[in-house]
Ligand binder design. Sequence first.
Ligand code: CAA
Length: 283
Amino acid sequence: MTIQKVMVVGAGQMGSGIAQVCAQAGFDVKLNDIKQEFIERGIGVITKNLMRDVEKGRKTEGEKEAILNCITTSLDLKDAFDVDIIIEAATENMDIKQSIFRELDAIAPKNAILATNTSSLPITEIAAVTERPEQVIGMHFMNPVPVMKLVEIIRGLATADEVYQAVEEMTVKLSKTPVEVNDFPGFISNRILLPMINEAIYALYEGVATKEAIDEVMKLGMNHPMGPLTLADFIGLDTCLYIMEILHEGLGDSKYRPCPLLRKYVAAGWLGRKTGRGFYVYE
Ligand code: CAA
């Protein structure tokens, strides 16, 4: 299985980052979304990242242009007709993902791999709507994609070994480190990260310490680059709640109960950095 042509579905924060690292590694990339403005925003983010690399002397202007030239844009999933792999990074919603996978299954070449960047939805359930569940796999990148070294590769129940191998090889070509994980709620990354964040929110809720103190303890005491409440704002509190609910429902243990304070912030629309307010206020 040789991978050269990639389609990334979704040009948001994750999708644009994935398109950037694929183009940097020399893959031909089609960046797809449903609206031209979403694509333009994604290309804008990639261009800004590459310009910073040029300013910092990490890339030449020529290299920047060559990377941007590897990316074409697409507003129609039908453009997947000639790609080797599709990495879906659309909204975290099972109905939306299943509908995209159903459509891609009908369009993409028979041997193409269908990968999803879902952070917590079951790969097996997404694969089940296709006629090629053995070619469906999870490829979970971390945010910010150009910086973070990990790709969690998740095997669905039916994923074939050769598909896993091809995705692992591609991940190494992207200069990322692959880690193999089986399909259970939250995989490994979010099964461990989100309960830690949820516990930090409980500590705030119960008045154990201020938000600044909680973050400082984890930054200075555990060498985390961001405190858990700052990280929650970075991820998005709606996403944090969504993942906690998937862990709670999927694993059935009360230890995954989302903190009521997290629910309250989400209900208030305080979703973190993206709305200008979460545990902290952003100008
Ligand atoms: N895109 C591209 N590059 C970025 C970036 C972005 N969005 N954000 C930061 N960077 C780059 C900066 O340009 C900078 O590089 P240079 O200075 O060499 O140009 C470098 O990263 C460091 O950035 P900063 O100096 O601004 O800030 P920092 O040192 O605090 O690093 C950080 C920022 C990399 C985000 C760091 O704080 C960090 O690692 N935070 C934790 C991130 C994390 O845990 N991510 C996982 C989230 S969970 C997830 O993704 C899974 C999920 O399913 C929910």
